[in-house]
Design a protein around this ligand. Structure first.
Ligand code: CA
Length: 376
């Protein structure tokens, strides 16, 4: 089965309420989808996490390497693309581009063998995943202590058993929000906090110590991803587990995180860290190092479906009568085309999401939905 075409679709949509995190602000949603066509008529879809236009350009530059290649040879294609850009592309956008292509090729493989990706990857180990709500961003206007408490209560009312707060702005204000968040959701809801690398080591330790009594499940990206020594200092200073890795890439990048035990819970993004092929390898490396893996998920239903396929095969570590299960990051912030790209949306019921069981990623693409948001 030969690849005969590779198409990129850049999608954009304005937000009605722009949102902020530690260092940036979004007033649009954007993504790049990858469509790979084969000579059998089977097509596959993938998604890349990151700046859509430059990643689309990288994917287009890979096209001569992809046309005519065997679509089922996922590891060979991954290695060919990575080797081609290795000297200047071990991290960042070239790997994001490979990720979207790899996901599309797994979608093709599943459709070819009429099996969901998780079955071809040796699973499923689970057929449903507990989701936690990501949101709780800051807005341009209003009192965050008011609107964030209201938002958190909305997620609990929706049935979510976990909620992640955005911090990384200023320690005192962030502490007040974490306290108000715990007070609002009560003791039984998993509460996480994500600084989007908005602190230095001193502020991260100060922040952590001031909320150590709140049963925070993890403290995400306390410092910039390059500062693994900083992660280790914070890890040694705090009782709260550290998570991170949404800005890290490939088995090589995670090798260094795992071998140095810098992060308690790694969070590779399937649409950025190297796709399904690479993230399965990273997951197995994490097991060998005894470190938890809870993927970062951000994007449309296509990225969500790919993440669910991977979540279905993440190994239990350790096995047991009631093993610790991975969680699905379920972004609840405004996204005009998150579900519009799918014919049937992937939704949660009481905070639980079923792993799609159809062939490939298990989703059907809504081309009209894609066209509505596609830009030149
Ligand atoms: Ca994050």
């Amino acid at each position: 089965m030969k690849i005969i075409d590779v198409t990129t679709h850049v999608l954009e949509a304005p937000l009605t309420v722009p949102f902020r995190w530690s260092f940036n602000r979004a007033d649009i949603r954007q993504t790049v989808l990858v469509e790979v066509t084969t000579d059998t008529g089977i097509t596959g879809w993938g998604e890349c996490f990151g700046p859509s236009r430059p990643i689309a350009a990288i994917i287009q530059s890979f096209k001569p390497l992809l046309l005519g290649a065997d679509a089922l040879a996922t590891d060979l294609i991954w290695q060919t693309l990575y080797d081609r850009c290795r000297d200047q592309g071990q991290k960042g956008m070239p790997v994001c581009a490979i990720s979207g292509i790899d996901i599309a090729l797994w979608d093709i493989k599943g459709r070819y063998f009429d099996a969901p990706v998780h079955q071809l990857m040796g699973g499923p180990l689970r057929s449903e995943v507990e989701a936690y709500a990501t949101g709780m961003y800051r807005r341009d206007d209003g009192d965050p202590l008011e609107y964030l408490v209201e938002e958190a209560l909305g997620y609990v009312a929706d049935g979510f058993k976990g909620v992640k707060l955005k911090i990384g702005f200023d320690v005192e204000g962030d502490v007040a929000i974490a306290r108000a968040g715990r007070q609002a959701v009560g003791p039984d809801i998993k509460l996480m906090m994500d600084a989007n690398h908005g602190y230095d080591v001193i502020d991260a330790i100060r922040m952590g110590r001031m909320v150590e009594d709140l049963d925070i499940r993890w403290f995400e990206e306390p410092v910039v991803p390059e500062d693994l020594a900083g992660y280790r200092e914070i890890k040694a200073a705090l009782k709260i587990p550290l998570s991170g890795g949404e800005c890290d890439y490939t088995r090589y990048g995670f090798r260094d995180i795992l071998a140095t035990r810098s992060i308690d819970i790694i969070q590779p993004d399937t649409c950025a860290a190297g796709g399904l092929s690479e993230c399965k390898k990273i997951a197995d490396m994490a097991v060998a190092h005894g470190i938890r893996y809870i993927p970062h998920v951000w994007g449309t239903g296509i990225g969500l479906a790919a993440s669910l396929q991977l979540l279905a095969v993440l190994p239990h570590n350790p096995p047991g009568w009631k093993p610790t299960e991975p969680l699905l990051e379920f972004d609840r912030s405004e996204h005009p085309f998150r579900q519009a790209v799918l014919k049937q949306p992937l939704d949660h019921v009481n905070g639980v999401v079923q792993v799609p069981t159809g062939p490939g990623l298990g989703i059907e693409i809504d081309r009209d939905g894609i066209r509505r948001f596609e830009v030149d």
